[in-house]
Write a protein that binds this ligand. Structure first.
Ligand SMILES: C[S@@+](CC[C@H](N)C(=O)[O-])C[C@H]1O[C@@H](n2cnc3c(N)ncnc32)[C@H](O)[C@@H]1O
Length: 191
């Protein structure tokens, strides 16, 4: 397995820096769009919950399970949301005994290479209930600036998802501004 394919465990310091950064970025477009589009009766799994910024909002509306593959982020989540269960789930393999109606993520899947993302989507398909939905917000790259060689994350375009969606149907693709115009997109896929 190459360096790019290994999961890099984050340090405690990284999680603290990330929490502080989030104090300055209060863009709620992704969660607002989710709430607008997804019925509150749905059982939701979040992957890559991080510090729980979106989990905190979504748990007021949905029966949602949070998860991450980083031990440091999991520790932060369990400390912050006492008594709530967070699973250690790798987006690449999606090992889960439970099935869900919706799988949600915000700025997580760009950590996977296209080959890994293709595998992840197959694995996500397996743990989705009938007619289940994927709702993923991903950083969008500038195709003129190279794709992923030497970059910490993959730079995806919406059309990349179309190539690797497998048995999913793309229901919607919404480009939006996280920090700069059209630097991100939400892709909604139906089983
Ligand atoms: C940029 S942070 C986003 C966190 C959170 N979703 C948010 O919007 O603040 C990326 C998160 O994805 C998680 N992550 C990265 N690779 C992952 C993988 N293979 N499986 C599960 N989580 C992963 C990291 O541990 C981190 O919590």
């Amino acid at each position: 397995m190459s360096k790019k394919q290994e999961f890099k465990q984050y340090s405690w310091l990284t999680t603290k820096i990330y929490s502080i950064m989030l104090l300055f970025f209060k863009n709620t477009f992704v969660v607002d769009t989710f709430i607008e589009k997804v019925d509150q009766s749905k059982e939701v799994l979040e992957i890559g919950s991080g510090t729980g910024k979106d989990y905190e909002t979504l748990s007021k509306h949905y029966n949602i399970t949070g998860s991450d593959y980083s031990d440091a982020f999991l520790k932060t989540l369990r400390k912050k949301f006492k008594g709530q269960q967070f699973y250690k789930i790798n987006a690449l393999t999606m090992e889960s005994e439970k099935h869900y109606d919706v799988i949600y993520s915000n700025k997580v899947l760009q950590h996977l290479t296209p080959e890994q993302l293709e595998k992840s989507l197959i694995a996500q398909y397996e743990i989705l209930n009938k007619d289940g939905l994927l709702f993923h917000a991903i950083w969008k790259g500038n195709p003129n600036e190279g794709k992923y060689e030497g970059l910490p994350d993959v730079q995806y375009q919406p059309e990349d998802i179309d190539k690797i969606k497998g048995r999913f149907v793309i229901e919607e693709c919404i480009e939006y501004k996280e920090m700069n115009d059209n630097d991100s997109f939400i892709v909604i896929l139906r089983k």
